[in-house]
Design a binder for this molecule. Structure first.
Ligand code: HEC
Length: 152
């Protein structure tokens, strides 16, 4: 009697166990496949997608950049001291030129996707407004900022 029951019970056990395992596995495994596709380094929404390579400082571009900076930026930025926004003389020691280009051209987009821009907004509590500069104008300002930073 017992000898016949054991294989039956074993079979029943294997079926039950197998069915339970298969049914219960699927949902928890799905959650860990895709964390986040958004990385700030390659955000196609940002206007400046090139890589800047610096040669010799271009004095004409520096003069143009300094004039633009005085007109468009000094309401909020000073050199060497925090104002409405961060000091900018040393910004190229802290950030890549590409990051600075995008911050000048599209601060409104940067605060949406870039963690460093978000941290700045949290710290300064004022969003930088989009100054509607052209890419050439932004590039001139970056050239000027090269001359105010200590590194390059
Ligand atoms: C209305 C005020 C305002 C104006 C005008 C303004 N900015 Fe800003 N800027 C800010 C504020 C506030 C921050 C920091 C908070 C944030 O990112 O929103 C900032 C951040 C920046 C940063 C990032 C600094 C860092 O420490 O990484 C750069 C670069 C910058 N601005 C460049 C410029 C340039 C160049 C101009 C002129 C074309 C300009 N800004 C005009 C307010 C301004």
């Amino acid at each position: 009697m017992m000898n016949r029951l054991i294989p039956v019970l074993l079979l029943a056990f294997v079926f039950t166990f197998g069915a339970c395992g298969g049914g219960g596995d699927a949902p928890p495994d799905d959650g860990s496949t895709d964390d986040s596709g958004a990385t700030s380094a390659t955000n196609p929404d940002l206007p400046f997608q090139e890589t800047l390579s610096f040669g010799e400082v271009d004095p004409t571009l520096v003069t143009e950049g300094e004039e633009l900076f005085t007109i468009r930026c000094t309401t909020c930025h000073k050199m060497g001291e925090r104002y409405v926004g961060p000091q900018l003389d040393d910004v190229l020691d802290r950030r890549t030129p590409e990051w600075v280009m995008n911050m000048i051209l599209a601060p409104d987009k940067m605060v949406v996707t870039d963690p460093e821009a978000q941290a700045l907004l949290a710290e300064f509590a004022v969003p930088m407004t989009n100054q509607n500069l052209t890419q050439d104008e932004a590039r001139a300002i970056v050239e000027y900022l090269r001359t105010t930073s200590t590194g390059s």
